[in-house]
Design a protein around this ligand. Structure first.
Ligand code: MRU
Length: 319
């Protein structure tokens, strides 16, 4: 397989490695991933995360496994367990469904490799197209709010919403980004702030519960966020807290944009009612500040109904 690199995923000399996103920003540690069982565990603990990147990482992991001599039957089992490793981001299912037909052929290892490379390169291109589109919606002087992390850490390319913000900055537009810290796992505080810092883009970190005051003070001109799955009617699942931001944006008449590649759209889900929402471990919410056994509800995503979305910005167009 040819080598390929992104900000958080490398395929190099027959080895896959991941930048362990659970350790950022304190430590930049790359982990070798030896087989799909390890990849499933890294996807589930969010060492690799972001809807597009988990699809790409799963595809590379499967191709790598076949290249190391796994049988067709072993690859089938691995494909299904990678596909089920996280339930909401549909990019993962789409990537695995695109890999599956290769398992019918005698030369399945080389076909899986070709397909995985195609999925990687395609994601880079999709990000480029989204970046141009998002940047065209940003004017110099804009103050932007974003939630979670949608940059180079979450895709094989420059990112979705954050990729567009970056593009606008590179075009010379004077912008300022407010970053929701994104409880409970702090993808905004740990990852988006880390990316913005590296890029030199001016930003301010806020706790999630400070966003309302910012809107009230008319400090936000536009909101750009990503998505994990977009239903046929435009209802969009994204990181928990996105819905609250959308409600605020609607109340304060601030444009609210979802940014995603076509690979995030799920025509099989008619509406939000059919999107499965991942529920995660109670320990992520409890932290050190609550009673040790406090009952917890920890959904990883929420749904923003289409009516609250000004526009869905896709690589292929706007809805
Ligand atoms: O749980 P995560 O960190 O994988 O959630 C990520 C998000 O919700 C992102 O906004 C989404 O995947 C889009 S990433 C380009």
């Amino acid at each position: 397989m040819k080598n390929c690199f992104s900000m958080a995923l490398r395929y190099e000399n027959g080895q896959i490695s991941l930048l362990d996103q659970t350790l950022l920003p304190r430590e930049e540690r790359w982990l070798l991933v030896n087989n799909p069982t390890e990849m499933v565990a890294h996807i589930q603990r969010l060492a690799v995360r972001g809807a597009p990147l988990i699809g790409v990482a799963a595809a590379l992991s499967l191709a790598h496994y076949a290249g190391k001599g796994a049988s067709k039957q072993e690859c089938h089992v691995a494909l299904e367990s990678l596909r089920e490793s996280r339930p909401t981001a549909v990019n993962l299912m789409h990537a695995m469904d695109r890999m599956r037909p290769a398992l019918e052929a005698a030369n399945f290892a080389s076909l899986l490799e070709e397909k995985a490379m195609e999925i990687f390169q395609e994601d880079v291109q999709l990000c480029e197209r989204m970046a141009e589109r998002v940047a065209s919606h940003i004017q110099s002087g804009d103050t932007i709010l974003t939630h979670c992390n949608t940059g180079g850490l979450a895709t094989a390319g420059v990112g979705t919403a954050l990729g567009g913000i970056r593009r606008a900055f590179e075009q010379g537009k004077k912008i300022h980004v407010y970053v929701d810290e994104t409880r409970p796992l702090m993808q905004g505080a740990r990852l988006t702030a880390w990316e913005l810092e590296k890029l030199g883009i001016p930003y301010t970190l806020i706790c999630d519960n400070m966003a309302a005051s910012l809107f009230q003070a008319k400090k936000i001109q536009k909101v750009f966020v990503g998505a994990d799955r977009i239903a046929a009617n435009g209802d969009s699942a994204n990181k928990i807290g996105t819905y609250g931001v959308a409600v605020l944006a609607k109340f304060h008449q601030v444009p609210f944009y979802i940014v995603a590649p076509e690979t995030t759209c799920d025509p099989k889900c008619a509406s939000a009612a059919e999107i499965p929402i991942e529920e995660r471990n109670a320990a992520e919410v409890r932290g050190t500040n609550s009673p040790q056994n406090a009952p917890v509800w920890n959904p990883a995503f929420d749904i923003t109904p289409r009516a609250l979305i000004t526009k869905i910005l896709l690589d292929s167009g706007e809805r």
